[in-house]
Design a binder for this molecule. Structure first.
Ligand SMILES: [Zn+2]
Length: 242
């Protein structure tokens, strides 16, 4: 299982909540115990993942976008991935929308006007202080666009050119959306891959194709270990101890 985080811009305010917004909020799984009306909520929306190749050199299959949108439904929206705080808003509804030449998941999110910090949040969003929303999700397979294998172990490097085309990978078999966050402009992309199982790993070691990590690297003539970090491959010579 691979954990990935993607950010997208908050886009033009959704305006006055519609009847459909209210219906969707009140029919979420685990809905508000006291049904809300259009006078109770602020609604905004954001452009998240799409079928364009993103900064991590990953992208979704166009056919998977509706599934991703359905997985976002009801997820809480935090501020700055601060999991010690409670969510300030919740994702609901939304659509798949074309932007340029690509399609994107465009979830809506709402928060309550009656909350003591509701105006602070509205001002921060509408004034551009929080200008991106970010979701973290888990998927099982980064499929190489060139050879169709797991790109962590195949020989292709995301972002490099292969026969004149940029190498990328598909987020295949998405299993969950974990949380969403409002983030500041210029949020730094994190590590492209990390492994679940309790420990966060900064990169993923890869075995050289056809052999173990002690294979002799043809370019350098010495055994090397290849590590992928932030979407780039790095090599380190293996030095025998003792
Ligand atoms: Zn490949």
């Amino acid at each position: 299982m691979i954990h990935q985080t993607l950010s997208g811009p908050l886009v033009k305010a959704a305006g006055v909540p519609s009847d459909q917004d209210v219906r969707l909020i009140n029919s979420l799984g685990n809905p508000p115990p006291v049904p809300v009306s259009e006078r109770d909520v602020y609604v905004r929306r954001c452009r998240l993942a799409g079928d364009a190749v993103d900064a991590y050199h990953g992208c979704f299959h166009t056919d998977d976008l509706p599934k991703l949108l359905s997985m976002i439904q009801g997820a809480p929206l935090l501020v700055g991935h601060d999991k010690r705080s409670l969510g300030v808003a919740r994702f609901f509804g939304g659509e798949i929308e074309q932007h340029g030449e690509h399609n994107y998941v465009m979830p809506h999110f709402y928060w309550l006007r009656g909350h003591s910090s509701a105006e602070d949040l509205r001002v921060a969003i509408d004034g551009g202080l929080y200008c991106e929303a970010s979701i973290s999700f888990c998927y099982e397979m980064p499929t190489c666009s060139v050879c169709g294998k797991d790109i962590r172990t195949c020989e292709h490097l995301p972002g490099s050119l292969e026969a004149g085309k940029q190498v990328f990978y598909y987020y295949d078999r998405v299993v969950a959306v974990l949380e969403g966050s409002l983030v500041y402009r210029g949020a730094e992309p994190g590590t492209g891959f990390s492994l679940q199982r309790g420990t966060t790993v900064a990169g993923v070691a890869s075995q050289n194709p056809g052999g173990g990590m002690d294979d002799t690297d043809q370019r350098f003539g010495i055994p090397t270990l290849r590590v992928k970090r932030h979407g780039k491959w790095y090599q380190a010579p293996l030095i025998e101890e003792g």
